[in-house]
Design a protein around this ligand. Structure first.
Ligand SMILES: C[C@H](O)CC(=O)C(=O)O
Ligand SMILES: [Mn+2]
Length: 334
């Protein structure tokens, strides 16, 4: 039986945020081997902020991501490695190097209103023969009409799949349904959805996305990802089987890699805490969580106040330095 949709696992990329970008080759190799055995078709490996993300602004990687991509690719017999690239953070050379290391898919990620910065990278993805995806981040910050407009740009550049990305874990199922349906009606690419669980909506939103026609869905093992984490891959396999879909993934095998490989290296349980809930409530980029915790500690202010303020300012990915500015202002009461 053909798969009803593809589950794309992002443990080794979104999980990099939760791991403070400290993945080792051994962790990556063992996770990749397990994902491959379980029947996952695509999984992502990069710094949490994509190729070239290792920096003072985002956090330095313990191990160069090209080595991690190589390690993952070397143990896969069926699964293909995807990489994330934010234009300007990652450059064309990074993508070419990632292909040499074994990448077979690129997801070119932009803020939801900035698809126009992705043309060159999407073109390059196609030229290199990669499965090429446009990934619209912080999708809650734009109207459905705007998302359709931006998706049409991605499509015109050659993207084969377009993602609605709930980076802040802010969206509710009806909002996901509306956006995915509109994309299905207005572009001919396949549609994907990437969720975060800050308001405990990741699974409900994922079901809404699939029922509205999404054919690529992101998840991570043990939910390892930014903020409260992503839709949990192994739980998705169970839930969608119960709903009558064919995920093509073996439930016991995916449980084994989640529990025997990923759980032991997690730095903390992936739960909804006060601060990670506020990310969703205020519409703040999930990967701001750990930076906010560091800033709150440094300036002795409440993490939640920083996040609420960032939400009001409509801060977006790439503005991580604002977190420290806000914490300092709160500390000085100015
Ligand atoms: C660079 C981001 O972490 C991409 C992502 O996973 C999201 O926006 O969510
Ligand atoms: Mn994410």
């Amino acid at each position: 039986m053909n798969r009803s949709f593809e589950i794309l696992d992002v443990t080794l990329r979104d999980g990099s945020h939760a791991m403070r970008h400290s993945f080792t080759e051994k962790q990556v190799e063992e996770t990749a081997r397990g994902l491959d055995k379980a029947g996952v078709s695509y999984f992502e490996v990069s710094h949490g902020d994509g190729l070239g993300g290792s920096s003072l602004q985002y956090g330095f990687s313990k191990v160069n991501e090209l080595k991690l991509i190589e390690a993952a690719s070397s143990v896969c017999s069926r699964a293909k490695v995807s990489v994330l690239l934010i234009p300007g953070i990652g450059i064309k050379d990074d993508l070419q190097d990632a292909v040499k290391a074994g990448a077979k898919m690129v997801r070119v990620a932009t803020h939801v209103t900035e698809a126009d910065v992705a043309a060159q990278h999407i073109n390059l993805g196609r030229e290199l023969g990669l499965k090429t995806v446009g990934f619209l981040m912080m999708a809650h910050m734009a109207s459905t009409a705007k998302i359709v407009e931006q998706a049409k740009l991605f499509e015109s550049y050659g993207a084969e799949i377009i993602y609605v990305t709930d980076s802040a874990g802010y969206m509710l199922p009806n909002e996901v349904t509306e956006r995915i349906k509109a994309l299905k009606e207005n572009v001919s690419c396949e549609i994907g959805f990437h969720g975060h669980n800050n308001l405990s909506m990741a699974m409900a939103n994922t079901i809404a996305a699939v029922e509205a026609g999404a054919s690529y869905i992101d998840g991570s093992l043990r939910a390892l990802g930014a903020g409260s984490g992503n839709t949990q891959t192994e739980v998705m396999v169970g839930v969608f089987e119960r709903l009558g879909y064919n995920t093509g993934i073996n439930l016991y095998d995916i449980l084994d890699v989640a529990n025997d490989v990923v759980a032991p290296f997690m730095q903390r349980p992936q739960e909804i805490t006060g601060s990670s809930l506020i990310l969703g409530y205020s519409g703040v980029y999930s990967s701001f969580l750990l930076h906010t915790q560091s800033a709150a500690q440094k300036f002795n202010v409440d993490e939640r106040d920083i996040l609420v303020e960032l939400g009001k300012m409509k801060a977006i990915g790439g503005q991580e330095d604002l977190i420290f500015d806000v914490a300092q202002r709160l500390a000085l009461n100015v």
